[in-house]
Structures are given as structure tokens and as C-alpha cells.
Design a protein around this ligand. Structure first.
Ligand SMILES: Nc1ncnc2c1ncn2[C@@H]1O[C@H](COP(=O)(O)OP(=O)(O)OP(=O)(O)O)[C@@H](O)[C@H]1O
Ligand SMILES: [Mg+2]
Ligand SMILES: [Zn+2]
Length: 453
């Protein structure tokens, strides 16, 4: 019998080594290497899509038409780039309980309505559990096969027998292949099973959607290893304690990755939110308070109006606290430094908290000016007019840089009922429907707010 060997695998990036290391030399993560027993494995599935005998001329390569299938769920289609591409491998990753099984069961139901054949492999829940969920979501589809199964080989056999259009695997961490000796959820298993699924998707032109758990637990491989292998990576985010959820594409070989899909979790399933601005702004207090500013971020093709709140107060600590939720802390620190240096706002003895309301994350620099005004108005105890939106990126010398898609952003502000917009001077736009205050420097924007009191 062959000797049993063990190896250490990084759960973050899949790096392999013979012995334990505290820090992964590949990705630099600490404490992510886990031991995996390695039996002599059977040969892996051979990938003839990437293993051609000879190179071909680009002009001679024949491509089949890219067929997209609509999921009938508009927000899901949006982030996929217009629908599921046939023969692609899609990963949906998210925290436990966020609603991954729900959205994919709903999607399966919709696909079946479109007379597609769907195989839903449930490796975590029993058939009756799924049936209960389906009843709650009022899914009654004829072409939907439910298959509680954890063995990759059995799954493969059934796929070949049923030949569905779409396969859902819930979840990749719960299935295992005989080719690999380690337990389900280990990096080797995840890699092997994904390989097999990729092979099925490409060779049979079947769309495969895989669910992956995100967990901090070192024993279970995070979907990071998976991300390299699949065509599309979608993150399912949201605050578990609030009802809305967001789908965000992190990687897409068939579309752009700047779109977000917004849903609301209801008793009868996830509902598309077609007007997210109402959702994000309806919690806003109607009375103007210091330290609140509305920014217009551009998420994909759709601008979103979001409230930024700041709290500034004298610190009881030796060094003041800087806390940022929903925005990058480094970005906030930079804005605070500009406020101190270029505007003369003394924050050295002040705690500063910045929060994006609604629990969403704002990555875009166009929110800079809104953050700065929230902080500055709170520190000076004045208010930003609640009918005003703030748009602009701040440079280190306090100058305001232009932003892209300004017309779209302004249009969204007008549609949501805002009356005034503070925008970068260099954007040079006119819009008769809204009062525009162009600003060149951060101090001008603050003056505009103060003088409007
Ligand atoms: N009866 C119900 N009414 C309303 N919402 C419900 C109900 N049952 C479940 N939910 C919602 O569905 C969520 C669980 O959804 P789902 O099982 O699809 O999540 P998941 O991401 O697949 O979870 P897991 O990681 O456990 O597989 C719950 O957190 C809750 O918000
Ligand atoms: Mg689930
Ligand atoms: Zn690593």
C-alpha cells in the first residue's frame, strides 16, 4: 500500500507545502494553513478545453453563439450581465443564513417556468426541508428535480442521466469526491469537485451554479480558492438583521462587475427592489441634524442616494478614536487630514465616527465631499440642508475633483425629490430642474452649507 502523506494547504489561496508554516508565503495570510491527508489519488479529469494538442489561429477559432438565459429575476439578471450564460460556472458566496438557498430555489422555479430543466442538488438539507421552503416561496414547478446528495460521483451520474439545463449545487463545501481522500469542505475536495463541475459545465453546455459559504473558521476552505476556477463570482451581502440583501459580482467573465442587485427578504422570498433610493433614504429623520449628508454613489449603471452620518465629540481617551462603517477607514483618515490642514478644522482632540446608513458599503471616491461635510457640519454644529445632495472627490490639497456620470447622478437626485446639489466645479453641468452649487475647493462647499443656514 502506498504511504499516506500529509500536506499543508492555505485556506485562503490554496498554496501547498510539506510542513506547517505560520504565514502563507503566497498570500501572506497568518494561520491559514491546515493539514490535509493526501492519499495517492486517481487521475484528475482531463480538461480538453484548455488542453488542446496544437495552437490555433485566432481567426480560425469558431465560437458558438453566447446563449443567455434570463432568470426572470431582474436584479439577478442585471448583475449577471443580462442572464445566465449557458455552460458557465457561477459561484454565489455569502454568510450563513443570508438567503443563498432561497434565491437559488426561486431562480430554479423561474427557470422552470421558462421551460428549462433544473436539477437542484441539496447537500445540506433534506428533500422535505426544500419542499417546505418551496411552499413558502410558492414555487410549484414541473421541471424541477430535487436531489439530496453529497457524493460528487452520484451527482455526475444523475446530471448525465437527466441532462438538465441548469444545475444548482448547495453547497460546494458539503459535497465530496472519491478521488480525494480528505473530508468534504477541505481545499483539495473543493478544488476537485469544482474541477469536475467545470468539466460538466463546459463539456455538456450545462450552466452550473455553486453555493459557497464564507466563514472565518480556519477548518473550512473559504471560497477564495474557488474564485480562480469559476467564471463568475457573486457575493451575497447584507445585514442579517435588516431585510434587504445585495448581490454584487466580484468577477464576471461574461459581464462587468460594477453592478449590484438589491433585494428585500420577505416571508415569501426575496423581492427585487426597483427603487432602492426609497429604501435607503426612508429611515432618514425628516428634521435636519448636524452631521448628515446625502451622497450619490454610482453603483454600476444605477446611481444610489445614500445618507452619510458623522459624529464628532471631545475624546475621553489619550488618543482620539476614528471609526468608519461602510466606508474605507483609510479614506476617512485622509479626508480628516485634509479638513485639518486645508480648512483648519481642529480634530486632534475629537473622536470621529462615520457611518453609511442602510448598512451598505460605499467604495466610490465621489462620496468624499459628503463625508467631509458630514464631519465638518457636525464639528461646527450646523446642518447640511436636507434637500441637498453632495457629490465630489477631494484631493489632498483640498481641491474638488470631477466625478463621472454626473448627469445620471443629478437625474437620480431630481427624481428622488432633491432641490439642490453641491458638485465639482470642473464637472460644468447645467440642469434646470435642480439648483446647482459648483465648488472648486472643500472650504467653498463648507461655506456654502454654513451660509445657507
Ligand atoms: N418563515 C420565514 N419568514 C421570513 N423569512 C424567513 C423565513 N424562513 C427563513 N427566512 C429567511 O431566510 C433566511 C435563510 O435563508 P436561506 O436558508 O436561503 O439562507 P442560506 O444562505 O442558504 O443559509 P445557509 O447558510 O444556512 O445555507 C433567514 O435568515 C431568514 O431571513
Ligand atoms: Mg442554504
Ligand atoms: Zn495563502
Amino acid at each position: 500500500m502506498a504511504k499516506v502523506k500529509s500536506k499543508w494547504v492555505c485556506t485562503e489561496c490554496g498554496y501547498e507545502t510539506a510542513g506547517y508554516l505560520g504565514k502563507c508565503p503566497e498570500c501572506g495570510a497568518w494561520g491559514t494553513l491546515v493539514e490535509e491527508v493526501q492519499f495517492p489519488s486517481k487521475p484528475h479529469v482531463k480538461d480538453e478545453f484548455v488542453n488542446k494538442e496544437k495552437p490555433e489561429m485566432l481567426k480560425d477559432i469558431h465560437i458558438g453563439e453566447e446563449v443567455r438565459v434570463s432568470t426572470n429575476i431582474s436584479e439577478f439578471d442585471r448583475i449577471l450581465g443580462g442572464g445566465l450564460v449557458q455552460g458557465s460556472l457561477v459561484l454565489i458566496a455569502g454568510d450563513p443564513g443570508i438567503g443563498k438557498s432561497t434565491i437559488l430555489l426561486q431562480t430554479s422555479g423561474e427557470l422552470c417556468k421558462n421551460s428549462k430543466k433544473v436539477l437542484y442538488v441539496s447537500a445540506e438539507e433534506s428533500a422535505s426541508q426544500l419542499k417546505l421552503r418551496a411552499q413558502r416561496l410558492s414555487i410549484n414547478a414541473d421541471n424541477l428535480y430535487i436531489y439530496p446528495q453529497t457524493s460528487m460521483e452520484n451527482i455526475k451520474t444523475q446530471i448525465e442521466e437527466i441532462m438538465p439545463d441548469v444545475v444548482v449545487v448547495d453547497s460546494i463545501q458539503a459535497i465530496y469526491s472519491q478521488n480525494v481522500a480528505s473530508s468534504a469542505g477541505s481545499v483539495s475536495q473543493i478544488r476537485e469537485c469544482t474541477n469536475i463541475l467545470m468539466h460538466i459545465a463546459k463539456s455538456k453546455n450545462i450552466t452550473v451554479i455553486v453555493i459557497g459559504h464564507v466563514t472565518k473558521d480556519g477548518n473550512i476552505a473559504g471560497p477564495k480558492v474557488l474564485e480562480h476556477m469559476v467564471d463568475t463570482v457573486i457575493y451575497f451581502e447584507g445585514d442579517k438583521y435588516k431585510s434587504y440583501r445585495m448581490l454584487r459580482a466580484m468577477k464576471n467573465r461574461f459581464g462587468n462587475t460594477s453592478e449590484v442587485g438589491i433585494f428585500e427578504m420577505c416571508t415569501d422570498g426575496l423581492k427585487c427592489v426597483t427603487n432602492p433610493n426609497e429604501l435607503f433614504l426612508n429611515e432618514r429623520s425628516q428634521v435636519a441634524v448636524p452631521g448628515s449628508a446625502i451622497v450619490v454613489t454610482n453603483e454600476g449603471s444605477r446611481p444610489l442616494l445614500v445618507e452619510i452620518q458623522a459624529l464628532v465629540g471631545t475624546t475621553p481617551y489619550p488618543s482620539p478614536r476614528r471609526v468608519a462603517n461602510g466606508v474605507d477607514t483609510g479614506r476617512v483618515l485622509q479626508i480628516l487630514a485634509v479638513l485639518e490642514k486645508r480648512v483648519g478644522l481642529n480634530l486632534s482632540k475629537q473622536d470621529v465616527y462615520v457611518n453609511v446608513m442602510g448598512g451598505i458599503d460605499v467604495y466610490e471616491p465621489s462620496a468624499d465631499l459628503g463625508i467631509a461635510l458630514a464631519v465638518a457640519t457636525c464639528a461646527r454644529d450646523v446642518v447640511v440642508d436636507p434637500q441637498t445632495v453632495i457629490i465630489g472627490e477631494i484631493g489632498l490639497s483640498g481641491e474638488i475633483h470631477p466625478v463621472n456620470n454626473i448627469e445620471k447622478r443629478l437625474n437620480e437626485a431630481v427624481m428622488t425629490g432633491f432641490k439642490k446639489a453641491i458638485i465639482p466645479y470642473s464637472n460644468k453641468v447645467t440642469d434646470k430642474r435642480i439648483e446647482i452649487v459648483p465648488v472648486k475647493r472643500l472650504i467653498d462647499a463648507i461655506t456654502a452649507c454654513v451660509s445657507a443656514q
